[in-house]
Every structure is written in C-alpha cells, then in structure tokens.
Design a protein around this ligand. Structure first.
Ligand code: ATP
Ligand code: MG
Length: 423
C-alpha cells in the first residue's frame, strides 16, 4: 500500500453529518438576504496581493502575518483572499457597478488566513458576506443590523450579543490614536509584548487585546466616543435611535475597533459566550473611504461577514432545529425480477414525489440483511420487493419507526401512502 497523503493543517473536510446544519444556515441567510434586496455576486478566491495590502492595511495582523501569498508562473504576487470585502470592491470597480449607484450585494465562500488553528479558528474557513454601496446614512447600517437579527431569529440562535461602536472619520481617529498612544505610553510597564509593538504601529489594536493585564489597563483608556467628529457622533446617535425604535438590543463597546484599517464610523460585532475565546460570529462596519482608496470615485459603503463555522458550532451548542436530511424510504429488493422492478419503482416514485429521499439498496443479500441496512439508514419506511411483488407490480410497505404492520400495496398506492411521511 502507498502512503496516505495527510490533509493540510487548519483546513477542514466538512463531512455529511455536519453539512445539513451548514446548508440550513446558508439557505436561511440567502432567503433573508434576497428578501432585503441583496443580489449575489461570485468573485475569485485569488487576487493581486496589492489589493489586500492597500485595503486591509500594511500593519494589520492579516497583512503582516496571516496571508497565503505566492508568486504565480508569471512572477505576479497573488494572495488567497483572507476576507471578501476587498475583492467585492475590486469586482464592483472592475465591472462598473459602483459609480453613482446603489448596490446591495452578497457573496459567500472560503477565506484563507495563516493563523494558529484551534477550535473556531481555521486556515480555511467560510464566510457569508454582504455589502451595500452608495448609501451614507445610518438607516442602511440599521437595516443591515436588523436583517442580521432576523437571520439569527429564523435560525433560533439566541445566545448572541450585539456590540456596536463608532470609529469616526479617519481624521478624528488619527487624533484619538495620539491620545491613546500617550495614555498607553504612560502605562507601558503594564503592556504585553504584542501590545508594546502595536503601540507604535497600530495602538487601536491594543484595545482588543486578550491579555488580562492589558485588558484591565485599557478599561481606563480614553474612549474613542469622546473623540468623534460632530457628523460621526450624529450618525451614531441616529443609528442608536433607530435600533432602539425597532427593538434591537445592543451594547456600546468603545473598545470595539476591528482589525482592518478600512473601517470608519459604524462598526459592529455579534459575540457569544458559548464558543470559548473564538467569540465573534459576525462582524462588520462602514468603510466610506475604501472605494476611493482602491481607485474608484468616493462611495460610501458598509458590509459584514458571518463566520459560518462558528455560527454552525453555536447552532450545535444551542441545539437549534435543523431540517432532517435522513432518507424517507429504503427500497429492499431480492431476486432477479426485483432488481429491474426496483429501479422502475424508484423512478416512478421520484417522478411523482420530487421531495422524496429514497435509498435504493444496491448492496444485495437477503431480506434480513437489506432490512438491517434500511433500519441503519434512518429511513422511516422500507419498501420491500421480492419476486412475487415484482411480478405483480406490488410492493411491501413496512413502517420502521413504529409497530404498524407491513401492508402489501400496488405501486400507485405507494405514492399516496408515502406522501404524509414526507413532511
Ligand atoms: P477574530 O477576532 O476572531 O480573529 P476577526 O476580527 O479576525 O475575528 P473578521 O475578519 O471580522 O474576523 O471576519 C469575520 C468573521 O469571520 C469573524 O467574526 C469570525 O466569525 C470569522 N472568522 C475570522 N477568522 C476566522 C478563522 N480563522 N476561522 C474561522 N472563522 C473566522
Ligand atoms: Mg482575526
């Protein structure tokens, strides 16, 4: 035997016992996005490296140490996308979707970051991502947040908390950054090594440090909300008023800064206490300068990304209902005549009942063996075809999950009998 080829660390195979939960999450999200006017676009998983360094920011964790960057055969530097927003803006600009237009767009797919793999943190992970362009007012921020609340409600996810903050304009933030840096310098001895390094390059990132001593220190740091420009303060007040009116609960967290440079004004994050330290399940914010920064005409924008694996893990923790994917029926067939008759009966049933999940036994053996497999498959009903039934176009109908007796039915009657089991 030749040697097995191992999978790549941090990149998961998602197996059939998990996919029904992911599909449910995706189906519910897609339906609600469509209901709010978002249209799907699909963009490449590879982009020029420059796209990410120019948008996410040179001194962010993602660009400094998490990107999968390589040279293609042409010598161009390419990167596996670590997030979707930059590619969405690039695609919008490349295809003329953003110029003087309002667009609500969504996409989904794998993202790649070279992080230390652990529960809820992978090197390939999936996001569902939505972006709205051309709308400067806080009402689109509110609508996006309300829409996400609706998605959690439909999925029956309860144990999430919404945190919001405003980062103001880049100018106001630069002013705040200096104030924060002064404060942190004055308490340098209490900072961990990472935070010390960020003191110069990106002091805002110190605010969401997970080191206990640093976290205690920044609780007393100056608040960004005291340094907002007037327009941003008004924008944030309006947003809060709207969320209050529609009954969406939130906490204002002035230390929520997000790890990407392109945000301005509104930022938000849904966090949970059920998943350990990987606690963010959906994050987003406004990025009014990014489109211009990437060469387009100045265009306000806001977007979010849902962490699919973390949301699925939360659904499992909360034991939320997921549509059943087990087969409704299992078709047992014994004898030469029953082989072809079984195939015909299965086709007749698939024609009549498009939602039917039917397993045709193709493993052979006697009735006892096939019925054992039927039971193991999780099917609710076994359809039993022997030589006699095959010859007379009849079939045994045997409920597997209760004590009801097996009955002998004509093929046409099976359709009617199965219908109530499909719900
Ligand atoms: P974290 O603080 O947990 O590293 P982040 O701020 O880097 O998250 P974003 O870039 O905002 O995350 O990505 C949006 C969402 O994608 C996150 O809220 C999270 O649910 C998910 N996510 C981010 N990185 C990973 C990862 N390595 N593995 C799995 N999910 C992830
Ligand atoms: Mg991260």
């Amino acid at each position: 035997m030749s040697k097995l080829i191992p999978p790549i660390r941090g990149m998961n195979d998602i197996l059939p016992d998990v996919t029904p939960r992911l599909q449910h999450l995706e189906n519910v999200s897609r339906a609600i996005l469509v209901a709010y006017g978002y249209r799907e676009i699909r963009v490449p998983v590879v982009e020029r490296t420059e796209l990410f360094s120019r948008s996410i920011g040179e001194v962010t964790d993602i660009v400094e140490k998490e990107m999968y960057t390589f040279e293609d055969r042409n010598g161009d530097s390419l990167t596996l996308r670590p997030e979707a927003t930059a590619g969405m803006v690039r695609a919008g600009l490349s295809n003329g979707l953003l110029y003087n237009q309002v667009q609500r767009l969504w996409t989904s797919g794998p993202m790649f970051r070279y992080e230390r793999p652990q529960k809820g943190r992978y090197r390939q992970f999936f996001q569902i991502d939505a972006e709205a362009y051309g709308l400067p007012g806080p009402d689109i921020d509110a609508e996006m947040i309300v829409m996400l609340s609706r998605i959690w409600k439909h999925l029956r996810i309860r144990q999430v908390e919404l945190q919001i903050n405003s980062l103001g304009t880049p100018e106001a933030r630069a002013h705040y950054r200096e104030k924060l840096r002064e404060f942190l310098r004055a308490h340098q001895q209490q900072l961990d090594e990472d935070s010390l390094r960020r003191l110069d390059s990106n002091p805002l990132r110190v605010l969401d440090s997970k080191e206990p001593a640093t976290a205690r220190l920044v609780a007393d740091a100056p608040s960004i909300l005291d340094h907002l420009d007037d327009d941003s303060r008004r924008h944030f007040e309006l947003l809060r008023g709207m969320l209050d009116k529609v009954g969406v609960k939130y906490t204002v967290n002035p230390r929520l800064v997000r790890g990407l440079d392109y945000y301005s004004r509104t930022v938000f994050e849904w966090v949970t206490t059920r998943l350990g330290s990987q606690d963010a399940v959906c994050s987003g914010g406004r990025y009014d300068r990014l489109v211009a920064q990437l060469g387009g005409k100045s265009t306000p924008a806001i977007g979010f990304a849902m962490g699919v694996e973390r949301l699925a893990a939360l659904m499992q923790e909360e034991d939320t209902p997921v549509p059943d994917a087990s087969p409704h029926a299992y078709l047992v067939r014994v004898g030469d005549l029953a082989q072809i008759a079984g195939l015909q009966l299965a086709e007749l049933l698939h024609d009549a009942l498009p939602d039917l999940r039917l397993i045709l036994d193709c493993s052979g053996g006697g009735f006892a063996n096939q019925l054992k497999r039927a039971d193991k498959s999780g099917a609710r009903v076994a359809l039993v075809l022997g030589e006699d039934e095959a010859g007379s176009r009849r079939v045994g109908f045997k409920p597997l999950r209760n004590d009801t007796e097996q009955v002998n039915l004509a093929w046409d009657e099976v359709i009617e009998r199965l219908t109530p089991w499909l719900e």
